[in-house]
Design a protein around this ligand. Structure first.
Ligand SMILES: *Cc1c(COP(=O)(O)O)cnc(C)c1O
Length: 355
């Protein structure tokens, strides 16, 4: 036996999970949203670019023309700075502590100020250009209507005034109400730009677009409103390796708790994909894998690291082969009860993300 090696260790071999990211589709989605909006178009790349990988996504979006990027956490700044200049980064959660404010100032990224307390923290740290989020009815994050007159806000050096739509993916009176409140509230502040629309908001009409839009989900292939369906191309394609191919006899059962029983002798394949990778048990009995045009159903329970398919339609399938995971966001959202946002951000760290 060899003794434990000293680091640095050699690179791990190729993982058995790949997340293929279609750079052309990603750039195309950004461009088509920019063309539809006809105003400056940013990009929400929080949560590791909705799970796709900020290192893979940010260079593509910047090359396409994006010059304003949004993350939520301070921990998301450094990975983005490897690809995007500090002046193009805004942090949606804003500074909760003096350390957050100091960090923003050292790096030169803009905090999005969400409360009078955050404004005071920012000014105490030395201040500088920042964004201001106004709450216009979502009651989530942002300056509440009753705080709009707070004196501390008037001392901010505001780059962009924001608000966020609660129901842009639905038609109803809420959107127009938030629009009206935003237009009114922004009159009280001097700022370089105003921004209201997320992906779905861009489709609500020119009145919602102001100077800058902040799409996220639609960049990554999500379709938050039916009227965006024709515009948005799918971006992610998960692929998994076959770890084992087995013969299962009629009457034998498959997977945890034996929830699937073979009705006849059959050939199954066990693949390297489980709920720890974001392929939740909600996919059991609904999910499919495919090779070219041949589709095979997932059978039995999804395990933490494994799923099982009925490989009958793929007689040549062998250990080590790769299969595509069917991952249509809209139909998956309907069948699993998960949102398209969840379906993307769930995709686990064990996928190798490839552009
Ligand atoms: C996440 C987020 C966005 C992007 O929203 P999508 O629905 O993914 O387009 C825009 N603005 C804010 C404030 C956000 O938090």
């Amino acid at each position: 036996m060899n003794s434990t090696p000293e680091p640095p260790f050699p690179d791990a071999p190729e993982p058995s999970l790949r997340l293929r990211i279609d750079a052309d589709a990603l750039a195309g989605n950004w461009r088509r949203l920019a063309d539809l909006g006809r105003v400056e178009t940013g990009a929400a790349v929080k949560a590791d670019a909705y799970g796709l990988g900020v290192a893979q996504v940010a260079p593509v979006l910047r090359a396409a023309g994006a010059r304003q990027f949004y993350v939520a956490h301070w921990s998301e700044v450094a990975p983005l700075l490897a690809h995007v200049p500090a002046a193009e980064i805004a942090v949606l959660h804003g500074p909760a502590t003096p350390a957050d404010a100091a960090y923003a100032r050292v790096l030169g990224v803009r905090p999005v100020i969400n409360s009078p307390r955050q404004a005071a923290l920012w000014l105490e740290a030395g201040g500088g250009r920042c964004d201001l989020m106004l709450d216009t009815g979502m009651n989530r994050l942002g300056i509440a209507a009753q705080d709009l007159g707070a004196e501390v806000l008037q001392r901010l050096e505001i780059d962009t005034l924001h608000s966020h739509l609660a129901s842009a993916d639905e038609d109803g009176p809420d959107n127009a109400l938030q629009l009206e409140r935003f237009a009114q509230a922004t009159e009280q502040f001097a700022a370089r730009r105003r921004s209201l629309a997320n992906s779905a908001g861009i489709a609500l009409g020119a009145g919602y677009r102001f100077d800058l839009t902040r799409p996220g989900i639609a960049l990554y292939g999500g379709v938050p409103r039916p009227d965006l369906a024709g515009l948005i191309a799918p971006v992610v394609r998960p692929q998994v390796q076959v770890l084992q191919v087995r013969q299962v006899r009629a009457g034998e059962r498959v997977g945890y708790n034996g929830t699937y029983a073979a009705q006849h002798d059959m050939r199954t394949a066990t693949v390297s994909l489980g709920y720890a990778d974001g392929y939740l048990r909600a996919w059991g009995g609904f999910g499919t894998l495919a090779r070219d045009d041949t589709v095979v159903p997932v059978i039995g329970r999804i395990s933490m690291d494994l799923a099982i398919v009925d490989a009958g339609a793929l007689p040549g399938l062998q250990e080590g082969d790769w299969l595509d995971v069917t991952y249509d966001l809209r139909s998956a959202a309907q069948h699993t009860g998960l949102s398209q946002y969840e379906l993307l951000t769930l995709l686990g760290r064990r996928f190798r993300r490839l552009v």
